[in-house]
Every structure is written in structure tokens, then in C-alpha cells.
Design a binder for this molecule. Structure first.
Ligand code: LUZ
Ligand code: MOS
Length: 765
């Protein structure tokens, strides 16, 4: 089935925040944000700004009626800075005016004096100074200390991965509209309507039932709106609360890039030990997460780094410690993969370093250590069989021997272009790592004409969750999908929702919908059974018709619905779902936190231009574990998008903050994201269809985040291509591997005098 939004998307009729009709009298907000990364506020004077034409009011921390606090996990983040600023871009004042232009103009009239304090941007320095968001955490299995002596090979190293700008096409924003009795309705471009509702209530000092949050859809989220959509929504609500007028704020791209957090950069150390058979016996890692100036979701992101620190491999002895380091950057936040990719990169680097030293292909080590059924991961959960199934299938289906031969032949025949290939297996746990967040509700109404309305907490952000939930309802009732309508996520219809995140949205909300439909279905069957004088068990609904013991009756769907209504039986249900079996014991760092894992393997090939340092990805060939896909087109779309986004993170997107904590890559002219020309020439996706039972909706495994992880393979493919040109180049595990870095590595001086035919000629020219 096609994504139900494709028609309105194509015609430009889909409703995003900026498509909501503006009510007469709407005011426009703009934020004044700190120009320095750390300092004590000596004075903030908005007098001149308030006198500017059209300006209605300027709000500062003093105007907050409730708590000046938006921190979700740790209460360490003010909505508006009161006495200190902690990052460049930290909101200090909110200007509200009759037009957007007037609000922006008034920003320039705000005068501040800030006494500078020391700026830290490096997580390792923050850790040395004791600037940790939460105490460090360690995942442990086996005994690494004892294991080192059994290892024939031991290697150590250091890695860096940079952040990533979410670059959702729709920037952050909100529109708050006053209702009667002090209620505020907020249209928010958020992945977490409940987080917006809870935080608005807290900041305004009003009960949550006074705040209605409504979200029709987002123009992308990628994690950037899991927590950080709240700021702008609460700003608008604050102004509406005082002024009793609708207030809108939709951020300019540069404001968004400057003021919001990104994927967490990590600096990490590893030590890996293997025996002669290339089995990894021991692995130690230390992760220094650059959290930015406040906790935001950093503790949860850090936890997922630990969960995924051994990627798709079985390692009997592991000790991994993570530090969430407070720096003076905007608080970093959720981003597709949520710390997992950062953890996986490090073990892939450790394997690559080992392969270099032993002069073998990394895939030999990767393959020998893939998780097998029943292998215990460092956190106690057992692995399933798909890691090997995906790898073996990929190697066979795409004929790895032939691919390898082609690369070798090409490299022998070409001096100025070189190819590199890498394999990357992935393993990603599905569920929020915080167990309590794994719950969802669905409200299903069957109307008397036989049409159906479904509300859940799921936020549509382009990932197709509404289509999947619609498919669930249509399948449960066996009705034409056009009879089903999915409503906006609204906190008055569905309460206490978890954000649409962790790849789990379709599973959680789809299952709640399945349960609600089942309850209504049971009533339908009772009514039909009574009418046809049979047991409810012999009643079936098939293609909008009632069947009894396999034969068609005189009742169609509409007749059944009306008959049920006429008997005064409810045609509505509100259902709750939480996945069974999941648990986690924080005191031991052990448990069964994930409903299941998603596996896969990708083979990535790249060609570099050895004169210019630029490169093109020839192909990404994937075998991906979809379980039993309920929507092939949507799932392929998620895979293709994730792969390109992952390649972007690993090879071209470069966030640059200067020593003063100012974002230099602050626009699309200085921050390069993948465009259509950087999409691999070929992306092949093979579905590993398993009929196995799992906890996914209709056994169709979650697909949002895992494909991004294939992008990690792009780094290592590029690295291999580089080594084909300059075998002695010492290529740091420092992502992204941008064209600049590629060029430098191609011609890096080496200690040994090597004679690589192609390279020498180029260097002599
Ligand atoms: N958000 C969250 C997430 O709050 N917890 C998670 O475990 C998670 N995982 C992936 C993406 N977002
Ligand atoms: Mo996310 S990183 O699933 O909001």
C-alpha cells in the first residue's frame, strides 16, 4: 500500500505547522539568544526593544509564572537564562510583536552585558574537570583483565565521531492559541506532544489539563524534535498565557542550526584482544560523550552507546564505560540511532585496526565473530540467529568474491581512481531503553456509516507510521483502507504518550490499535452470532462482509455496524499496549531491555578520485531483517533514507564549533548534507523475510533507525580505497572522512619508502 500522504504531499496540500490558517490578531515571537558560550549575565536591557514599532512585550526569566525549567531527565536547563548563559544560542529573552519582521528587528535593540567564564568544548577536558552530567556507567561481562593474557593479538586506539545536524526540512516551531478558561492549545512540530504539554504546564504553573497539544505531521524529526521542540512551544505558550492572543514562532534555518542541539560527538578509546583464530576474546572501551550544556536526553543516549558497543558481535569479555561530559555547546539530543551508531563505530574501528596490523580483510574478523543464537550480549539479553543469516545471504546473493575481484582489477588498472569495499553487519535493539516508556494507547471509533477514526500518540514525520496504523485497522476489520482515517496526535484524545521515537512507534501504537479493534470486533461477532443463532467463534469478517462457518450471510459491514449500534453496544474502544517480557536492572546493568533486535548486513563500494579527494559511492547492497514486512514501499524508503543519512554523517557532514563555542558551520553554505548527487549509484535492498514470531506489529520489524547504521560501512569503504592508493597512510578513525581529509590522507607522508606505482607517478607530477 502506498503511503497515505503521498497524494497530498505531491499536491502540496499536506498540513505542516506553517499551513495552519492564521487567526486574526496573531502575534509573532522571536528569541534573543546568547552570543557567548559561557558567562554571568551582568545586565539585560530590553527597554529600547519594547519601544520598537509593533512590539507588544519582551519576556525574560523573571516573567515565568511557574518553574523556569525544561530539563526532562535532569532538571538542569532553564527556558530563559536567569543568571548565567551556558552555550552560544541559549535563549535569554522572547520578543513578541505584531509581525515577524518587527519581532526580529526588536532583537537587535536588546542590550546585554555578560561577564565571560571559561568555555569548554572538548568532552575529555570536561571529564578531567569533573563536569559530568550523570555518574559514569559501565557494562561488564566476563573478565577482561584475565582475558588479555589469553589473547594473541591486542590493539589499542582512539576514535572520534562528529555530531550531525538533523536538518529536518521543516524547522522547529509552534503556534499557541488561547481557548476559554485559560486553556492553551498548542500546535507544535514535535515528536513528543506529551513532553510539550508537561513542560508547558510546569513552566506556566498550570495543570496539564489546561494544555492541549496537537500535531498533524512534521516535515521530519530524526530525533531533533523528541525533546527540543518543547522550547519553542513553551515560549509561544508563555506569551499566549499573558497576552491572551495567538502566538506563533517558526524558526529561521540559521536560528534553528544555532540554537538547537545535534547528534552527540564522541571521543573514544578502545582495546581489543583476539586469539590466533581471530575470535575476539576481550574488548574494552571508554566513551566520552559531548553532551553540551545540559542533560537533555544525553543520559539515555549514553546508555544506548553501551547497549550497542559490541555491534553485531559476540565478545565474551567486555568492559565499556561511558561518560556524559558537560561542555558549553547547545545541549545535544536524540538523533536516529540515539548513541548506538557512536558505539558501533568504535568496535568497527578496532576491527579495522586489527585487520590493518594483521594484513587481512576486516570482513574475515567480522564474519568469525558474528552473534549466534543464544549468545549473551554484555547487558544480558540473548541474540537471535539473524546476524549470520543476513551476512551469509548478502555474501552469497551479491557474490562477494566477484565484487572483491572487480575492485582488485579496477585498482590494478587505474592509477588516479581507486575503489574500496567494506562490509558492515548491524544489530539494533528495539524498545525505549527506559522500560516505562514502552507503552501506548489507541482510541478507535467506528462511526454508524461504517467509517473508522483512529487516534494514537504516534506522530507522522514522514516515516509512514499513519499508513501502517491504518493498515492495522483496515486488516482487523477487513475493510477497505479508504474507510479508515488516522487523526492527528492530540493530548486531549490520547494522554501520557511516549514520544514517537526509538523506532518503536508503529509497534507500540499499532499494537494498541490492534487491541482496540479486536475488542470492537468481539462485540460485532456477538451481535452477528445472536442474529444468525451461532457461536461467536464461527463468525468471520471478510472484505466487508459477514461470514458464518465460512459462508456469506446477508449482512455486510454497514449492516453489522448499524445492528450493533441499534442494540446500544459501543462502537468505540480505548486500548492500552505495553510489550511483555522487557525489563532492566540498573543496579546490575543486566536484563532484557529490548522487545527484539533488528539485524542486517551491507556491502558498500566507493570510488575515490585520487587527484581531488572526492568520491562516489558505487553501491550499497543490503540484506536487511524486516521480519515480515507489512509495507514494503515504506520500509524500502526508510532504508534508502537511513543509508544516505548515515553516509552523510560518516563522510561529509562536518559540524564545526570554534574554541569560543560558536557554530561556524551555521548554514547550508558551510554545512554539506547529502544531495541527490551523493546518493549511491545503486542501493539494493534484499528483504530477509522471516516468518518467526516476534513482538513487532504484524511481525513487521521496526525500520526507522537501524538502516542509518549501514552508513558506518561507508567510512571503512573509503578508508580501504585510500589504502589502495597509499598503503602506508595512517588514517585516523576520525569521522566524517570528508573530501578534504581524504585528499590529505592520499598524500600523507609515510615513514617507509613505499613504491606504489600509481601513487608515485601522481606525486611526481
Ligand atoms: N528515545 C528515548 C530514543 O527516549 N529512548 C530510547 O531508547 C531511544 N532510542 C532510540 C531513539 N530514541
Ligand atoms: Mo529518535 S533518535 O527515535 O527521536
Amino acid at each position: 500500500m502506498k503511503n497515505i500522504d503521498s497524494y497530498t504531499h505531491l499536491r502540496g496540500e499536506s498540513v505542516y505547522l506553517d499551513d495552519i490558517p492564521i487567526i486574526n490578531g496573531t502575534l509573532w515571537a522571536a528569541v534573543f539568544d546568547s552570543p557567548v558560550a559561557h558567562g554571568r549575565i551582568v545586565s539585560l536591557d530590553a527597554g529600547d526593544a519594547e519601544k520598537m514599532p509593533g512590539v507588544v512585550r519582551v519576556f525574560t526569566a523573571k516573567d515565568i509564572p511557574g518553574e523556569n525549567q525544561i530539563g526532562g531527565i535532569v532538571p538542569d536547563e532553564e527556558l530563559l537564562a536567569s543568571s548565567q548563559v551556558h552555550f552560544c544560542g541559549m535563549p535569554m529573552a522572547l520578543v513578541v510583536a505584531e509581525s515577524e519582521e518587527q519581532a526580529k528587528a526588536a532583537l537587535k535593540k536588546i542590550r546585554i552585558e555578560i561577564e565571560p567564564l571559561e568555555v569548554i568544548t572538548d568532552p575529555r577536558i570536561a571529564k578531567e574537570k569533573g563536569e559530568l552530567i550523570i555518574p559514569p556507567r559501565t557494562f561488564n561481562i566476563g573478565d577482561t583483565t584475565a582475558a588479555w593474557s589469553e589473547c594473541d593479538y591486542v590493539f589499542e586506539g582512539r576514535t572520534e565521531t562528529n555530531g550531525q545536524e538533523h536538518l529536518y526540512i521543516e524547522t522547529q516551531g509552534a503556534y499557541a492559541v488561547p481557548q476559554e478558561n485559560g486553556v492553551i492549545k498548542i500546535h507544535s512540530s514535535t515528536q513528543g506532544p506529551t513532553a510539550v504539554q508537561r513542560t508547558a504546564a510546569r513552566v506556566l504553573g498550570i495543570p496539564m489539563h489546561q494544555v492541549e497539544v496537537d500535531t498533524t505531521r512534521l516535515g521530519g524529526g530524526f530525533g531533533g524534535k523528541e525533546d527540543q521542540a518543547t522550547t519553542w512551544a513553551v515560549m509561544c505558550a508563555l506569551a499566549t498565557h499573558y497576552l491572551k492572543k495567538p502566538v506563533k514562532y517558526s524558526l529561521h534555518r540559521m536560528e534553528d542550526m544555532r540554537m538547537t542541539g545535534k547528534r552527540h560527538p564522541y571521543s573514544s578509546d578502545f582495546k581489543i584482544g583476539l586469539n590466533k583464530d581471530l575470535k575476539i576474546l576481550a574488548y574494552e572501551a571508554a566513551f566520552y560523550q559531548n553532551a553540551g550544556a545540559a542533560a537533555d536526553l544525553s543520559p539515555a543516549v549514553m546508555e544506548r552507546t553501551l547497549f550497542h558497543c559490541t555491534n553485531s558481535y559476540y565478545v565474551p569479555n567486555v568492559k565499556a564505560t561511558a561518560y556524559s561530559c558537560r561542555t558549553n555547546l547547545p545541549p545535544n539530543t536524540a538523533f536516529r540511532g540515539f548513541g548506538g551508531p557512536q558505539g558501533m563505530f568504535v568496535i568497527e574501528a578496532a576491527i579495522a585496526k586489527t585487520a590493518d596490523a594483521l594484513n587481512i580483510d576486516a570482513s574475515v574478523i567480522q564474519q568469525k565473530n558474528l552473534l549466534r543464537t543464544g549468545d549473551e550480549l554484555p547487558y544480558g539479553q540473548k541474540a537471535e540467529s539473524e546476524a549470520n543469516e543476513c551476512w551469509n545471504k548478502a555474501v552469497k546473493l551479491y557474490d562477494i568474491g566477484k565484487l572483491r575481484h572487480e575492485v582488485k582489477q579496477f585498482n590494478e588498472a587505474n592509477n588516479l581512481y581507486k575503489k574500496g569495499m567494506a562490509l558492515i553487519p548491524i544489530c539494533f535493539g528495539i524498545s525505549f531503553t527506559k522500560t516505562l516508556m514502552n507503552q501506548a494507547r489507541s482510541l478507535v471509533h467506528v462511526y454508524t456509516d461504517g467509517s473508522v477514526g483512529v487516534s494514537t500518540g504516534a506522530v507522522e514525520m514522514g516515516q509512514g507510521v499513519n499508513t501502517k496504523i491504518l493498515q492495522v485497522a483496515a486488516a482487523m476489520f477487513s475493510i477497505d483502507p479508504v474507510k479508515v482515517k488516522i487523526n492527528s496526535a492530540n493530548t486531549y484524545r490520547i494522554a501520557n504518550t511516549s514520544p514517537s521515537a526509538a523506532s518503536a512507534t508503529a509497534d507500540l501504537n499499532g499494537k494498541a490499535t490492534e487491541i482496540a479493534c479486536n475488542a470492537i470486533l468481539a462485540r460485532f461477532k456477538m451481535v452477528a452470532a445472536e442474529e444468525f443463532k451461532v457461536e461467536p467463534g464461527s463468525v468471520e469478517l471478510k472484505e466487508e462482509w459477514v461470514y458464518v462457518d465460512g459462508s456469506k450471510t446477508s449482512w455486510d459491514w454497514e449492516k453489522l455496524v448499524m445492528a450493533t449500534f441499534t442494540r446500544r453496544i459501543s462502537l468505540s474502544e480505548h486500548a492500552h499496549y505495553t510489550p511483555p517480557q522487557i525489563h532492566f536492572d540498573l543496579s546490575r546493568e543486566k536484563g532484557h531491555p529490548f522487545a527484539y533486535h533488528v539485524y542486517g548486513t551491507a556491502i558498500i563500494t566507493v570510488t575515490i578520485d585520487c587527484l581531488r579527494g572526492i568520491y562516489e559511492f558505487d553501491s550499497v547492497k543490503v540484506v536487511h531483517d524486516f521480519g515480515s514486512s507489512m509495507n514494503v514501499m515504506i520500509d524500502i524508503g526508510q532504508c534508502e533514507g537511513g543509508i544516505v543519512q548515515g553516509i552523510g554523517w560518516m563522510t561529509m557532514e562536518e559540524i564545526v564549533y570554534d574554541k569560543e563555542g560558536r557554530l561556524r558551520s551555521n548554514a547550508l553554505s558551510t554545512y554539506k548534507v547529502p544531495d541527490i548527487y551523493s546518493v549511491p549509484k545503486e542501493i539494493a535492498i534484499h528483504f530477509l523475510e522471516t516468518k518467526k514470531d516476534n513482538l513487532a506489529i504484524f511481525r513487521s520489524k521496526a525500520v526507522g533507525e537501524p538502516p542509518l547504521l549501514y552508513g558506518i560501512g561507508a567510512f571503512f569503504a573509503l578508508r580501504n580505497a585510500l589504502k589502495a592508493f597509499n598503503p602506508d597512510a595512517d588514517i585516523a578513525f576520525d569521522a566524517p572522512l570528508t573530501p578534504e581529509k581524504v585528499l590529505m590522507s592520499l598524500y600523507a607522508q609515510t615513514s617507509r619508502d613505499v613504491n606504489v606505482p600509481g601513487r608515485k607517478e601522481v606525486m611526481e607530477k
